[in-house]
Design a protein around this ligand. Structure first.
Ligand SMILES: Nc1ncnc2c1ncn2[C@@H]1O[C@H](COP(=O)(O)OP(=O)(O)OP(=O)(O)O)[C@@H](O)[C@H]1O
Ligand SMILES: [Mg+2]
Length: 234
């Protein structure tokens, strides 16, 4: 469903991505790992149209999307959850979720989508009247991810959903992602918690200094000596 070919992205004169190629099939969960500054967020931002590549192509469901504006990319079905989630702290859980259904197509289905989300994640139902800034870090991240479902996306881009969370909470947030995966969504996720994230992924990419240096099915990553030493800490 997603095909990225030789993508190069610059910030001014600084090159952040070097001929990056990546592909995803429908229903797959793919994780991208790599050290700080490797270009992981840059990759997600380029897919969602927040950055324009200097060269290379991005094709989504057969359509070139590398030259079209971000709001059109959302309409095509790509939802980006940026690092930190960007919730509205002074809005309730319910209001934050409602904001996610801004697309005309999604708005008509908002009530049904909301019901699905509350069924899937009862914690959000329990907290629906609470201000977002009174939620715990893990709950906030779950709300940000749930909000992305409100636009009825076909592909969800998750940028470090477990960032800044305690290990126990990381596990909960990733279980939440797993539940979304089980619903059949396609997910491209950037994660620093490599071992836990690999567990729910189908395939993975390792990106270092703007280049894809390894890719393969989860199993190969878990067994790879270099990955284990550098990223899993075994
Ligand atoms: N707006 C910007 N202007 C200039 N350089 C930038 C900008 N945003 C990112 N960069 C640089 O591009 C490189 C890749 O950044 P990016 O945010 O994609 O890394 P990352 O892999 O997401 O890192 P992290 O794990 O810390 O989130 C870094 O060297 C960063 O300093
Ligand atoms: Mg990042």
């Amino acid at each position: 469903m997603l095909e990225i070919h030789n993508l190069s992205v610059f910030y001014g004169e600084f090159q952040a991505l070097f001929e990056v190629s990546l592909r995803m099939a429908e229903g797959e969960t793919v994780i991208t790992v790599g050290p700080n500054g490797a270009g992981k967020s840059t990759l997600l931002k380029t897919i969602s149209g927040l950055l324009q590549p200097r060269s290379g192509t991005i094709t989504f469901l057969g359509k070139r999307i590398d030259r079209i504006p971000a709001h059109e990319i959302v309409e095509l079905g790509i939802s980006h959850v940026p690092e930190g989630g960007r919730l509205f702290p002074q809005l309730s859980v319910y209001e934050n979720l409602k904001v996610g259904s801004f697309l005309p197509k999604a708005r008509g289905e908002a009530a049904a989508t909301l019901k699905d989300i509350y069924t899937l994640f009862p914690i959000l139902d329990e907290r629906k009247k609470q201000y977002a800034d009174t939620l715990s870090g893990g709950e906030r991240q779950m709300l940000a991810i749930a909000r992305s479902l409100m636009s009825r996306p076909k592909l969800i881009l998750l940028d470090e959903p477990s960032s800044g969370l305690a290990p126990r909470v990381v596990t909960r947030v990733l279980e939440f992602v797993h539940r979304i995966k089980s619903q059949g969504y396609s997910i491209l996720m950037v994660e620093q918690n490599v071992r836990k994230a690999l567990r729910l992924s189908d395939r993975a990419y390792l990106i270092e200094s703007g280049r894809i240096v390894k890719e393969g099915p989860r199993k190969n990553f878990l067994e790879d000596d270099y990955i284990r030493k550098a990223y899993i800490g075994l």
